[in-house]
Design a protein around this ligand. Structure first.
Ligand SMILES: NC(=O)c1ccc[n+]([C@@H]2O[C@H](COP(=O)([O-])OP(=O)(O)OC[C@H]3O[C@@H](n4cnc5c(N)ncnc54)[C@H](OP(=O)(O)O)[C@@H]3O)[C@@H](O)[C@H]2O)c1
Length: 328
């Protein structure tokens, strides 16, 4: 009996858990450790004991209060979206098993991942890859699904098409380079000098060092320009697109919404990826990882208590691959 008390019915709403919360929007120092009620899974949800948590630029944006319209002012807020851990309670109608190792992304805008437990819709989680540990699995969901959705669903890239990935060495970029190759594309990766070897190892056919070459001067034409880093615009790069090429942006702004509306009935299109977690996508990613087609590039792992340092590091915009937190 001693190994089982973590499971199932005994979990009680009054039980507490450790979480990193914010009581106001602001700099990394607004993140503080708190003891908060452990969530109870609702219909369709499972309770996951988190082992590792992925850190994403979106967490920083939420912490700063840039999307208060969506995240509100009901504090404390538990930030974070990416988790990997073990199912310890199954809510009614949820289709994951007790004890299963899972990974996934919480679709709520503020998230609620920076905690020892998270109650998550089972549809936003998938079985974790068996060939990597949960530390690496936690690095996958948000970034890799952004890469997959941007390339497959928005740019609709096909085999032998030419794809440019700007920001190829960051959290999303390292997956985007590999996923574009899996989808059969010829990949031009854009990064700074220090990451050229990395993106080549990941499969890039050509690499452009953005500190030496201004992208708008290129003579090549691309079927898709995936602006992962987000410092271009449709207007700036449309001359680099093939007649039916697609520009995909990751950062919401009034400009991209205007470009989407303007190009809606044109052959050259502007699109914005807004990542959502889905079981089918996580299953596809798991298969690619377990089939050794997709590698996880982990830059740093911080203890959960050092989440403020992890945020400071993310804000340098120099992460090489992914950053995760370990829940001790
Ligand atoms: N809309 C959505 O659903 C969605 C989802 C995920 C992410 N995003 C957004 O996508 C962006 C990228 O996310 P991420 O996780 O990949 O970020 P990240 O991991 O912080 O990206 C860091 C990378 O950016 C590169 N970089 C820095 N300056 C650059 C420049 N001027 N040109 C090209 N690359 C540059 C760095 O490479 P070097 O060191 O070589 O310069 C570094 O490897 C963020 O703004 C994020 O908020 C949006």
């Amino acid at each position: 009996m001693s190994a089982l008390p973590q499971y199932g019915k005994h979990l009680h709403p009054q039980e507490k858990m450790r979480a990193m919360v914010i009581d106001q929007y602001g700099g990394p120092d607004v993140l503080r450790e708190a003891s908060v009620p452990r969530p109870v899974p609702k219909r369709g949800q499972v309770l996951v004991r988190t082992k590792f948590i992925g850190v994403n630029p979106k967490d920083v944006v939420v912490r700063k209060g840039k999307f208060q319209v969506a995240t509100g002012k009901r504090f404390p807020i538990i930030v974070g979206h990416d988790i990997a851990g073990e199912v310890v309670e199954v809510g009614p109608g949820a289709d994951l098993a007790l004890g299963e190792h899972v990974f996934g992304m919480i679709n709520d805008f503020a998230g609620r991942a920076y905690a020892e437990y998270a109650a998550v819709d089972a549809s936003q989680l998938g079985r974790a890859p068996s060939s990597i540990d949960l530390r690496l699995a936690a690095a996958v969901p948000l970034a890799a699904q952004t890469a997959l959705q941007g390339l497959r669903d928005d740019a609709e890239i096909a085999p032998r098409q030419n794809v440019l990935i700007n920001g190829a060495s960051g959290g999303v970029g390292v997956f985007a380079v590999q996923i574009a190759k899996i989808l059969g594309a010829n990949v031009t990766a854009v990064c700074s000098h220090r990451n050229i070897d990395l993106v080549r190892e990941l499969g890039a056919d050509d690499v452009i060092d953005y500190t030496e070459t201004e992208l708008v001067t290129l003579s090549q034409r691309f079927d898709a320009f995936y602006d992962v880093f987000g410092n271009y615009s449709f207007n700036k790069v449309k001359h680099l697109l093939t007649p039916r090429g697609t520009y995909v942006q990751t950062i919401p702004s009034s400009r991209i919404f205007k470009d989407i509306a303007r190009t809606f009935v044109r052959k050259q299109r502007a699109k914005l990826v807004l990542v959502r977690s889905r079981r089918s996508q996580l299953d596809w990613l798991r298969q690619q990882i377990d089939g050794s087609h997709l590698r996880v590039v982990l830059d740093r792992c911080f203890p959960l208590s050092k989440v403020a340092d992890a945020h400071r590091y993310m804000e340098t915009k120099r992460a090489r691959g992914k950053v995760v937190l370990e829940v001790a």
